[in-house]
Ligand binder design. Sequence first.
Ligand code: ADP
Length: 258
Amino acid sequence: MSAPCCNAHSTVPVEVRDVRVSFDGQAVLRGVNFTVPHGQLVALIGPNGSGKTTLLRCLLGLQKISSGEIKLFGESDLKKALPRIGYVPQRLPLDRSFILSVREFLALRLHKTHNWFWQSHKKTDSLICDTLADIGVAPLLNRPLAQLSGGQLQRVLIAFSLLTKPELLLLDEPTAGVDSPGEESFYELIASIQRRHHLTVILVSHDLSMVYRHAAHVYALNGVICCEGTPEQVMNAESLKQAYGIHVAPYEHHHHVH
Ligand code: ADP
């Protein structure tokens, strides 16, 4: 596992230089530097309120930065990079009366909704079916979205983000709505997708054991990047204390537990 390259290069998926963001005069990101090389699964950890979601929103062009620079695939105009990015939110709050099936919901991503309810679209259908099969949830195709469990819904959101074949996947605490027995297989799934599709992944996660197991590189954020490195380098008591403060128990990795 190698550390991210720090040389600016047009193919580097994510380069964040000295980015600052403030809300109502309160500095949330205070000069963040963050580089993600191609094809790596990079974890972003840090306590609540440390700016993780804000940083992802900056990458998606949803949050204006006060200063600094962000380049995605060497491109400063983030809108141009958006088609190459998939995003999986923490959760999608749905009303029980939301009527779309999984198939109809996924079709929205492909902009093929015109006459969707009246015509069959062979190409769209097969892409949707293949994507669901790829992540092991093909039987959900015709299920109403609003009736899925937390874990099933998150898998559909992953399918939603993969439909357009992104190169960079941003996952913001994707197991927030998943019950704990399902969390491990969910992370295994993300790691397997990343490997099979040669994706670059930024994973925001609180689950330090999963981060330890699956991330090639870890960034600990608390307004600034407090520490970064391989999981072995970052996830020790001293570094975690720097990121999380004194109230958080240090992570202990048990080498024999798998
Ligand atoms: P994390 O994802 O690490 O929990 P966030 O990026 O969500 O942290 O939030 C960082 C801080 O910025 C929090 O104190 C939060 O209240 C604040 N914040 C985030 N978005 C906004 C906003 N749109 N307006 C005002 N404050 C915000």
